[in-house]
Ligand binder design. Structure first.
Ligand code: URA
Ligand code: URA
Length: 192
């Protein structure tokens, strides 16, 4: 992981390096069984160097807490692209292609049983299939390289449209069940 980190923080393979303040390596338990994949850092993350610490991140923390999961113990959090795209635009295909190898390496190192993709871009780019429709496949497990992938809405989508929160909670309940099945039958969540 340290070797990967040193390559990522010095990366200049795409133009995003010229406007970034920080590279967001990711954080959490390096041996976590749950790996969360976001899209790209925003302004807050770029300023501080940590993933999901702005408004979306605060909502994500609430969801994790409701599941009985903590950033330190149960999850590792990373992104498709590690430098902030200016004005938070969607990363270009070139930016994704030059960066996503780091994510694949990081997933192999952490070796999680469960991957949660946050939002449409994360789902399509991780699985390298732009035909996925988040509204159709959210909440349905996808088998990928021997791991289970649960696609969920991006927390930013929940902030824009709070009606989506109900479905998202159903999706995370499935994650809790799978975690109990695969990792810890005694895992306790405050709600289920
Ligand atoms: N949104 C993302 O997709 N990733 C982050 O790290 C922060 C916000
Ligand atoms: N659009 C997105 O990009 N992500 C979502 O989760 C929902 C709509």
């Amino acid at each position: 992981m340290e070797n990967l980190k040193s390559r990522i923080v010095t990366c200049s393979n795409c133009e995003l390096h010229s406007t970034r303040n920080n590279v967001i390596f990711g954080e959490g338990n390096p041996a976590a069984e749950i790996f969360l994949v976001g899209e790209a850092p925003g302004a807050d993350e770029d300023r501080v160097g940590r993933p999901f610490i702005g408004k979306s991140g605060q909502l994500l923390d609430k969801i994790l807490e409701a599941c009985g999961f903590t950033r330190d113990d149960h999850v590792f959090i990373s992104n498709i692209v590690r430098c902030r795209p200016p004005n938070n635009r969607v990363p270009t295909d070139f930016e994704v292609q030059t960066c996503i190898g780091y994510l694949y390496e990081q997933i192999e190192l952490v070796d999680p049983k469960i991957i949660i993709t946050l939002g449409a871009t994360s789902l399509k780019k991780l699985l390298n299939d732009d035909s996925y429709r988040i509204s159709k496949v959210r909440g349905k497990w996808i088998e990928w390289n021997g791991r289970r992938v649960m696609p969920v809405y991006h927390p930013a989508a929940l902030l824009r449209n709070p009606a989506l929160k109900k479905d998202t909670w159903e999706d995370f309940k499935q994650v809790i069940h799978s975690y109990r099945e695969q990792v810890d039958p005694d895992h306790s969540s405050p709600h289920i």
